[in-house]
Write a protein that binds this ligand. Structure first.
Ligand code: ARG
Length: 475
């Protein structure tokens, strides 16, 4: 008989069992469900709602069930619908009827909300660590490439030269915002919904704070209806994950471009590329492509969750069972991508000479010629027009700015002097951007110092939260 079978006179249609069951996917919550139940049963005994003896039997039974599930020895069935009822059933099989006291003062509605939060806070800490690893790989490439110059692009047209370190640091700061968002959302995830019951609270004299303390929550959800209905924390996570995916996919796209014969700026390590079954010469940046591709499913989960929640009346509705697969898949998708990304970035070979050639054989120093003329008191707009003519003339003659003789320069503007050759070299052009946050070497070094401080802040946050969530009660 079903745990809720009392009111029914007929068995459930088999297709209904199959359709409504979540056990296929929510078994990922088993560990968290048992942690929550242990905290709950301790509280029931402390508040004298059940006896200490019964609580001990139940707690031991739960530990036994946990071991069986972990060892793959427990039978999880669709007839028992979800992880919560499967575990309760296994507990009753283990310890007998007394196991039926566990669910006193609790509903699956507050229970599932609790499990989701316990799962997600672990995932947030793990993902933060992985983001930090990726940042540190980018940082390492930056520190090793403080003299490597490549074209910076706008509209994918060469625009102005930048340090490769500057480019790497751009991503370090992007991933920092992602990490900050995950850390900030942790506070809202780490609130205990348990004790909200089905929707209205419970008539038993429970102690919600005691449960929250045992599970190392920062506090409890203030309103029982909100506690069981709220999936904002899932949406927020999916949204934050979408931004991580945006950032990863942009970097992926650059890696794909840079490793093509057309750019030839980097070579990804063989260990992170794959070949073609037909064309023997091929070495494909599959990892970067697939990470870029998987962005779609992460956005999809965000849209799916928002749509599922739209217009749902308070409080719990079965629709909300749809919160799980997208969340799990997003966590696993990001974990997979981030695990590959740190070593892929770290091992990539930077083709400094090719990058330099792309800057030297180009007109990306044209702005600096215009700025030079401004220094000679020409209004910028006039300087822009003069340099436009110089560039056009160079293109027609198949020359670059630095190929022009001083006489040729002076034909365009008599104020140009010999020092122009120092101004237009790639190094000079880069170092002229000596503004806070600019690409001049000393400004990139400043960014590196800033990033180091951010890394140690992230490290302490991770350590603090890791300790907090590891201190889960044993009994
Ligand atoms: N499996 C359900 C879910 O994931 C658990 C909560 C079910 N509650 C209920 N009243 N049917 O949402």
């Amino acid at each position: 008989m079903k745990l809720w079978g009392g009111r029914f006179t007929k068995p459930t249609n088999e297709l209904v069992d199959e359709y409504t069951a979540s056990i296929r996917f929510d078994q990922k919550l088993a560990k968290y469900d048992i942690q929550g139940s242990l905290a709950h049963v301790n509280m029931l005994a402390k508040c004298e709602i059940i006896s200490k003896e019964d609580a001990e039997i139940i707690a031991e039974g739960l530990q036994a069930v946990a071991k069986k599930i972990e060892a793959g020895e427990a039978e999880l069935t669709e007839v028992n619908e979800d992880i919560h009822m499967n575990i309760e059933k296994l507990l009753i099989d283990e310890v007998g009827a007394v196991g039926g006291k566990l669910h006193t003062g609790r509903s699956r509605n507050d229970q599932v909300a609790l499990d989701m939060r316990l799962y997600l806070r672990d995932a947030l800490v793990a993902l933060s660590q992985q983001l930090l690893d990726v940042q540190q790989a980018l940082y390492k490439q930056a520190t090793e490439n403080l003299d490597t110059i490549l074209p910076g692009y706008t509209h994918l047209q060469r625009a102005q030269p930048v340090l490769f370190a500057h480019h790497m640091m751009a991503y370090v700061f992007m991933f920092q915002r992602d990490l900050d968002r995950l850390a900030d959302s942790f506070k809202r995830v780490n609130q205990s919904p348990l004790g909200a019951g089905a929707l209205a609270g419970t008539s038993f004299p429970i102690d919600r704070h005691y449960v929250a303390e045992q599970l190392n929550f920062d506090g409890i959800c203030d309103n029982s209806l909100d506690a069981v209905s709220d999936r904002d924390f899932v949406v927020e996570f999916l949204s934050n994950a979408s931004l991580v995916s945006v950032h990863l996919s942009r970097l992926c796209e650059e890696l794909v471009q840079w490793s093509s014969a057309e750019f030839n700026f980097v070579e990804l390590d063989d260990a992170f590329c794959t070949g073609s079954s037909m064309m023997p010469q091929k070495k494909n940046p599959d990892v970067a492509e697939l990470v870029r591709g998987k962005t779609g499913r992460v956005y999809g989960h965000l849209m799916g969750m928002l749509t599922t929640l739209k217009g749902l009346p308070l409080a719990y509705n079965k629709d909300m069972q749809e919160d799980k697969e997208g969340m799990f898949d997003t966590v696993e998708t990001l974990q997979g991508a981030l695990a590959l990304f740190a070593p892929m970035i770290e091992t990539m070979d930077i083709k400094k000479d090719n990058m330099y050639q792309a800057v030297a054989k180009d007109y990306s120093n044209a702005t600096d010629l215009a700025d030079y003329l401004v220094g000679k008191d020409l209004p910028f707009r006039e300087a822009h027009a003069v340099v436009g003519q110089v560039v056009l003339d160079c293109i027609n003659q198949n020359k670059y700015l630095l190929d022009l003789s001083i006489e040729e320069f002076q034909n365009f503007s008599p104020v140009i002097e010999k020092d122009i050759y120092d101004v237009l070299s790639p190094e000079a052009v880069v170092n002229a951007r000596n503004v806070a946050g600019g690409t001049a070497k000393n400004r990139v070094e400043e960014q590196i110092v800033t990033a180091e401080a951010l890394f140690s802040k992230s490290e302490s946050w991770i350590i603090k939260r890791k300790e907090q969530i590891a201190r889960i009660i044993e009994k």
